[in-house]
Design a protein around this ligand. Structure first.
Ligand code: NAP
Length: 234
């Protein structure tokens, strides 16, 4: 199984994705950040990529393959929330979250197959969430998408394991990013009370685990929690 080459990190322009991109670069990967603006900070190579748009996935891959070579590591990190109680959730809130967080990740993985099968190896890492197993009030759409990633990863792991391709999920708990900055003090206090380590994660702590999985040679179909104990291993 390969442990260097071209790595595509979606949503790598900020938050957890940026920390992952920086860590992978430190570990010798040739990193391309997929972002809707087509830009990335910190001197990282970037490609325009909207994961909710199948045509954008195809054109981003084609551009990377032409300029950088085949993608050996896909980190499907881009994600959104549209939190509210289900009875108030609009069709658009449901569709947008499923399409971006789940549909986008599955399509990215499908596109990654071409090059990885030819190369007889590769890694796919989905960025999930602790809520896939715990559930989370106000996040029916988001938790369903994150739980779907686990089923997708395990199914694909069975399809392509014999080709030397690993497929895993990293499941963060609560991480200090723009996504959690939207929570109010009451929500933060309630969340913190359930985290044995008593704090949110920093993005680099998620990136460390992605870096580890990208070096690993005998882990597939796994969900690796990085949640301060919130999910107690699930
Ligand atoms: P964030 O700070 O809100 O950043 C989200 C990233 O996803 C941004 O780079 C954003 O790009 C990108 N993105 C959103 N929709 C996209 C689309 N359609 N196409 C391409 N890129 C898109 O979020 P984060 O906290 O870093 O979260 C990253 C991942 O970790 C997500 O999958 C999230 O569900 C997961 N996660 C986060 C936490 C947490 O506590 N923060 C916990 C568990 C899991 P733009 O700059 O263009 O908006």
């Amino acid at each position: 199984m390969t442990s260097t080459g071209v790595a595509l990190v979606t949503g790598g322009n900020r938050g957890i994705g940026l920390a992952i991109a920086q860590r992978l670069r430190e570990e010798g990967w040739s990193v391309v950040v997929g972002s809707r603006s087509g830009e990335a900070p910190d001197g990282l190579a970037a490609v325009t990529l909207d994961v909710s748009d199948p045509a954008s996935i195809e054109s981003a891959y084609a551009e990377i393959e032409e300029k950088n070579g085949p993608v050996a590591l896909l980190v499907a990190n881009a994600g959104i929330t549209r939190d509210t109680l289900l009875m108030r959730m609009s069709d658009d809130d449901i569709d947008a979250v499923l399409q971006t967080n789940l549909g986008g990740s599955i399509r990215l993985a499908r596109r990654a197959m071409k090059g990885m099968i030819r190369a007889k190896g590769g890694h796919i890492i989905f960025v999930g969430s602790v809520v896939w197993a715990l559930g989370s009030g106000g996040q029916v759409n988001y938790a369903a998408a994150k739980a779907g990633l686990v089923g997708a990863a395990r199914s694909l792991a069975r399809e392509v394991g014999s080709r030397g391709i690993s497929v895993n999920v990293v499941a963060p708990g609560f991480v200090e990013t723009d996504m959690t900055a939207e929570l109010d003090e009451g929500q933060r206090a309630a969340i913190l009370s359930g985290i044995p380590l008593g704090r949110y994660a920093q993005p680099v702590e998620i990136a460390d685990v992605v870096g580890f999985l990208a070096r690993s040679t005998y882990i597939t179909g796994a969900v690796i929690p990085v949640d301060g104990g919130l999910g107690m291993g699930h």
